[in-house]
Design a protein around this ligand. Structure first.
Ligand SMILES: C[S@@+](CC[C@H](N)C(=O)[O-])C[C@H]1O[C@@H](n2cnc3c(N)ncnc32)[C@H](O)[C@@H]1O
Length: 262
């Protein structure tokens, strides 16, 4: 089934971590109400809506505002002073899901005076997620529940400063996302497309097998400028299996690494 999806649709899940992959496929089958893997394969290969639901579950698009609060705190306190030394800055959010992390990043950059000179490239394999992200419209509850983590990230204002309430949705301040380029990019099969001062790739590597993890890690390493920063999830590690390039850990328990600096 995974081979069929890779060949037909270009989404290659064959090397994702087997345990979670199996669980997510079984969950998808239960949600779809299909009894056998061959019936499910048939549906996913021929029904675009079913494929989309497969991507949401198996690709795992769970996210939240200021999810990696400590990393964003490190961004404010340690990374931004370095970014200030550049006339313009490029940041890549790889695996941005529905955009909550990009909005959080943009808020930190706004509060540190860096948003105006930063170009953010936000990519994901899942086009439906990208379309949601680009609208700048998030469920109100999602934004409201990010207040505590916003504060943990060093935020001193209030998230309400950054959105207007539209029914049960929060419409983000338009200027927050105006410097964002949204694009489909597959970390497994697509090449690097620039070099970046900072890359956020949080809660994505965790879904990959060791081989894939190493492959994607190399792509991220090669996509960073010298002394650039890589941010992964706090529960992830780029050194678990031995990092391919040379990184220094910036803060314990924050998932922030710096390339090649002493
Ligand atoms: C759990 S979400 C993490 C979202 C966000 N980075 C965060 O930390 O909240 C994982 C995201 O990785 C994306 N993803 C999975 N495999 C990918 C791949 N091969 N290339 C690019 N994105 C991928 C999924 O579509 C999903 O949006």
């Amino acid at each position: 089934m995974l081979e069929g999806i890779a060949l037909h649709h270009g989404y290659d899940f064959r090397d994702y971590a087997p345990g979670p992959l199996r669980r997510n496929i079984l969950m998808s089958m239960a949600l779809e109400g299909v009894p056998t893997i061959s019936a499910y394969q048939d549906r996913v290969l021929h029904d675009p809506a079913s494929l989309q639901r497969f991507l949401n579950t198996v690709g795992v698009n769970v996210t939240s505002m200021f999810r990696e609060a400590l990393a964003l705190r490190a961004l404010r306190e340690e990374i931004v002073p370095w970014l200030r030394t550049f006339p313009s800055v490029r940041i890549w959010v790889a695996g941005c899901a529905t955009g909550e992390e990009v909005a959080s990043l943009a808020i930190v950059l706004r509060e540190t005076g860096m948003l105006g000179r930063t170009r953010i490239y936000a990519t994901d394999i899942n086009e439906a997620s990208l379309a949601i992200a680009a609208r700048g419209l998030l469920p109100l509850e999602t934004v409201q529940s990010g207040e505590a983590d916003y504060r943990r990230s060093g935020g001193r204002g209030a998230l309400t400063d950054y959105y207007a309430v539209v029914g049960d949705m929060a419409r983000l301040d338009r200027t927050l996302l105006s410097g964002v380029t949204w694009a489909r990019h597959n970390l497994i099969s697509d090449a690097s497309f620039n070099d970046f001062h900072v890359i956020l790739c949080t809660n994505v590597l965790t879904h990959f097998s060791r081989r894939l993890h190493m492959q994607v890690q190399q792509l991220l390493y090669d996509s960073l400028v010298r002394s650039g920063y890589l941010i992964v999830g706090r529960l992830e590690s780029v050194i678990r299996w031995g990092n391919l390039g040379v990184y220094n850990r910036v803060r314990e328990s924050s998932g922030v690494y710096r390339k090649g600096a002493a």
